[in-house]
Write a protein that binds this ligand. Structure first.
Ligand SMILES: C[S@@+](CC[C@H](N)C(=O)[O-])C[C@H]1O[C@@H](n2cnc3c(N)ncnc32)[C@H](O)[C@@H]1O
Length: 317
């Protein structure tokens, strides 16, 4: 299929606009209950696949040293805190280094830590309000970690092969990387079909330009796994699917602000409906409709579900 022509208008990739990105991400998370689905997986599997293994490897070897944990793109810390609480059941001391360039998000994380302080006694936080690329150049980057967690953030850190090698370098022998990343499905396939929507921005050199955070929403677990295989890095994989009810996309009524934000997240474009030519808008909407699962709703009406699959990769050194 020829690449659609976007020349008449100039759509802005979502990640170039932090405020709009945050609103669209929040809408997508609420609509799909993505955070709850992932939290349930952590509840069910994190002890078996991570805590038990790390405890066997390091449980009696740390002496008085803390377990060193590195969080990359931690946001408000909701998922990371669940993991830290589970690690706390086996490790009495944890040093958690948090890297999050958004000041708003890291402040929310700090606030949550403050409010839950009794639950997380024994965890010492080191806050880095910066992008990973900046952290990597700092003195602290010489430190090695027992556990590195990167949940939906690998897209922002750089070229996939270098990124994986860098994280692996930062691991203590016996350590683990926990990565959640999109598979080749849902909005990723949409971005691959309409690559102009997934355009890369320039690499930022500092967090002073957060609006220029680089992302590559075309990176999927397939790319990461090919690097892991190339360098013979051990990993295990599990998956989960998130379903978005997009029925409102195809109604004759005008889209509500919430529906528009959902569309912006799925297309990774700021104000998608207003910013692309009508022809492209119709092509993308047709594409989305073709990729949905149709199910009968309670009133016998057709409901359209758009599924996106995510992989959880646990890499061991
Ligand atoms: C999709 S959110 C995921 C947040 C969190 N890990 C979760 O799953 O709830 C991606 C996060 O990565 C952060 N981020 C963006 N660019 C980054 C970079 N270069 N280095 C580290 N974090 C980055 C964003 O600010 C955002 O909070």
């Amino acid at each position: 299929m020829a690449t659609p022509n976007f020349q008449q208008k100039n759509p802005q990739p979502l990640y170039c606009n932090n405020i709009h990105y945050s609103m669209a991400l929040k809408t997508y998370y609420q609509h799909t209950r993505h955070q709850e689905i992932l939290a349930k997986r952590t509840e069910e599997e994190f002890d078996t696949y991570v805590v038990r293994v790390l405890s066997e490897k390091f449980g009696d070897k740390l002496d008085d040293q803390p377990l060193r944990v590195l969080g990359v793109g931690s946001s408000e810390g909701n998922q990371e805190t669940l993991q830290l609480k589970k690690l706390k059941t086996k490790f009495s001391r944890i040093s958690a280094t948090v890297i999050e360039p958004s000041t708003e998000q890291i402040c929310k994380y700090q606030e949550m830590v403050h409010q839950n302080s009794s639950d997380i006694t024994g965890i010492e936080y080191k806050w880095h309000n910066q992008i990973f690329q900046e952290f990597e150049r700092s003195a602290e980057a010489g430190q090695k970690y027992h556990f590195i967690t990167i949940i939906h953030a690998v897209y922002y850190v750089g070229k996939v092969e270098e990124t994986i090698k860098t994280f692996y370098e930062l691991l203590e022998p016996g350590g683990m990387i926990f990565m959640v990343i999109q598979a080749d499905s849902g909005s990723t396939l949409l971005a691959k079909t309409f690559p102009r929507l997934a355009m890369e921005e320039q690499t930022p050199t500092t967090t002073a330009e957060p609006q220029k955070i680089k992302t590559n929403c075309l990176i999927t677990s397939t790319d990461v796994k090919s690097v892991l295989s190339k360098y013979q890095m051990d990993y295990t994989q599990s998956s989960y699917t998130v379903s978005a009810d997009l029925t409102n996309f195809f109604s004759k009524d005008e889209m509500t602000p919430v529906t528009k934000l959902l569309l912006d997240f799925i297309t990774m474009t700021v104000k998608f409906q207003e910013s692309v030519p009508e022809k492209i808008f119709n092509e993308v909407m047709d594409y989305i409709k073709r990729k949905t699962r149709v199910k009968k709703g309670d009133q016998g009406n057709d409901k359209y579900y758009f599924d996106t699959e995510y992989d959880i990769l646990v890499i061991s050194k």
